[in-house]
Design a protein around this ligand. Sequence first.
Ligand SMILES: [Zn+2]
Ligand SMILES: [Zn+2]
Length: 288
Amino acid sequence: MPDRLAERFSGRTLAVATRHGKERAIAPPFLEGLPLAQVVVVPDLDTDRFGTFSGEVERRLSPPEAALAKARFGAEASGADLVIASEGSFGPYPPAPFMPCDEEFLVLLDLRDGRHFLHRHVTLDVVFGGERCERLDQVLAFAERMRFPEHGLILREQERWSEGQEQHKGLTDPGELRVLAEELLVRHGSLWACTDQRAMLNPTRMAAIAATAEGFVKEMSTCCPACGEVHFAVVEQLTGLPCSWCGTPTEMVRALVRGCAVCGHRSQVPRADGQVAADPGQCPSCNP
Ligand SMILES: [Zn+2]
Ligand SMILES: [Zn+2]
């Protein structure tokens, strides 16, 4: 079997098309796990044109589309032929909508053969929130819950950003937060405080991006047993893990399916955590 991983990555330069310092999370696992020569950052790349968390630029593309658009933009801007870009989104966790989650995507674009590879990572470990405040003590209590000043905050007039609205982003200085909050409260009667989700201002998100990159490298370096191509990645999750008491299939994941985008080979693999039976609490028969 040819070593497609070496063929594709040996001695090459990976360009990171990102703002907000995300190369700190992305570069180490890629250098460690792939035979790359180096990782460089595409300088002065205005990825905010693809949408911002704080709403100044509306997000029109889905997160995977936005990540791919950023990678293409990074390739054009730098002339690099191997580019990685990132996109994240925060919102309710679908199985439990009262919990916020962070869904992170990385796209690696290889212009030598035009292929791109996508990796998705979802985590409930987030520092994410927003609150209307009428008094300074509310702002300070919110800031403490959002692990300020390690995590940056935004203060503005309204929950939704609009043109001409007073807004202060990237706040990490307690004195500045207090002064700006007092000014906004005097001028407008109340304010909207929320977390700043940009990676360099939210170390919890930076860690999520690092976990995404680590998972991506693992998937990328898993090669197809039929043709040897890289990224023999999980394409499907099969539910039906049997109950440990009665054997009834549950909604829990039973196995994963890996697939090759080049030759179409598929194979079923056990859960990564080795779990072979579900807790009866998850069973529709034992715990209806
Ligand atoms: Zn059962
Ligand atoms: Zn294959």
